[in-house]
Design a protein around this ligand. Structure first.
Ligand code: NDP
Length: 347
């Protein structure tokens, strides 16, 4: 149980003056679907309990935020809810020894924006267990340009490294290449010396993907249809954001002893595969979760992002939007219309 929340910091004539905008999601009693997301003015009293209060400086829109804001999948599991799974901001109040007012902090996941009021608001009240100090070498805006998508891309790279997929073993395929996870994965892998094969449904993004460091571009239709249990060995490893037939085909075309990191379901939740790649080629399937990843793993991922992600490439893949643009972009990301990463400047 979290301690009782702090009261608003600034009082005038007994009334809280700290009003701020939030995206507010409700669901009516007995209804299956949530109501359309709305913007509302709230105060700290509308937030949930927590021991650290943060002024949100920047946030982002990930695929999961798209699902939460539109209600296309049941990501939000408590109502009312403020969506938004990532934030960077400044501590304004804290009862935790490790965080004091003025500290710059970062949050990714932990169910924030799903079961605990999230990032799409001027302020957030959170558990200190979920926060890490803003990594040295990153601004809040850069941390949000990375966001859960970029940090997950790095968790995938770390998983491949641990499985022995080094640049000398052969190329690595990245699916959903022009999306958030895909774009960061390509930039990191290419900086580390891997040969990257980018799978995309957007042929128009070829120049963008080559700029990020992809050597080869393949049409995602090559991977998204039902395929054979085993195919020609094309890559030493893969990072897959699609699931379904795409992941099955990536596994079927992974070379002997290779490994594939699976983190997403952009095509589907199913995995219509066989055991053939595992038992005949010793291929490994590496599951990657960012939401509940323990703090040391997060800190390792950010240390590696600071070292191995070219900040100029990060800027190239990032579009800046304002708070009022979040709802429209939440639909756009689910429709595959967003290239790279979005940063929300909270102003
Ligand atoms: P984006 O929307 O930015 O990227 C997804 C990309 O997937 C699209 O840009 C598109 O790339 C490709 N795509 C879309 N639909 C299909 C399809 N039907 N078949 C094949 N490819 C498709 O999302 P993110 O990068 O933020 O997230 C990607 C996935 O990873 C999501 O499913 C998300 O939920 C998951 N994820 C999981 C995390 C975890 O902790 N496990 C953390 C972060 C994300 P292109 O246009 O290049 O083809």
């Amino acid at each position: 149980m979290l301690p009782r929340h702090h009261k608003p910091q600034h009082q005038k004539g007994g009334a809280a003056v700290d009003r701020f905008k939030a995206i507010w999601i409700t669901k009516d009693e007995g209804e299956k679907k949530q109501n359309p997301a709305a913007v509302r003015e709230i105060t700290l009293d509308d937030l949930m309990d927590g021991d650290v209060t943060v002024r949100v400086g920047h946030t982002t829109v990930n695929y999961k935020d798209g699902l939460a804001v539109t209600g296309r999948s049941p990501v939000v599991r408590r109502f009312p809810m403020i969506p938004g799974i990532d934030l960077a901001g400044t501590v304004t109040a804290s009862t935790r020894a490790e965080f004091k007012p003025g500290d710059a902090v970062l949050l990714n996941g932990w169910g924030v924006g799903e079961t605990h009021m999230g990032a799409y608001a001027g302020m957030a009240r959170l558990s200190g267990d979920w926060l890490i100090p803003l990594p040295k070498g990153l601004t809040g805006a850069e941390a949000m340009a990375i966001g859960t998508a970029g940090y997950t891309a790095m968790l995938c790279v770390l998983a491949l490294e641990r499985a022995g997929v080094t640049p000398d073993k052969g190329p690595v395929v990245v699916t959903g290449a022009a999306g958030g996870v895909g774009s960061v994965a390509i930039a990191v892998l290419s900086k580390l010396g891997y040969t990257v094969i980018a799978s995309t449904g957007r042929a128009s993004e070829e120049a963008y993907l080559r700029d990020l460091g992809a050597s080869d571009i393949i049409d995602r239709a090559e991977l998204s249809e039902p395929g054979r249990p085993m195919g020609k060995e094309r890559w030493a490893g893969g990072i897959d954001v699609a699931g379904s037939h795409t992941l099955a085909n990536v596994l079927a075309q992974t070379q002997y002893g290779g490994a594939v990191a699976a983190c997403g379901l952009a095509q589907g939740m199913d995995l219509p595969s066989s055991v053939a790649p595992f038992i005949l080629r010793g291929v490994s399937l590496l599951g990657v979760d960012s939401v509940m990843a323990p703090k040391p793993r997060r800190i390792e991922a950010y240390d590696r992002l600071v070292a191995d992600l070219d900040m100029a490439k990060l800027a190239e893949m990032t579009t800046h939007i304002g708070f009022d643009d979040i709802i429209d972009n939440a639909s756009a990301i689910l429709d595959g219309k967003i290239r790279g990463r979005l940063v929300v400047d909270m102003g």
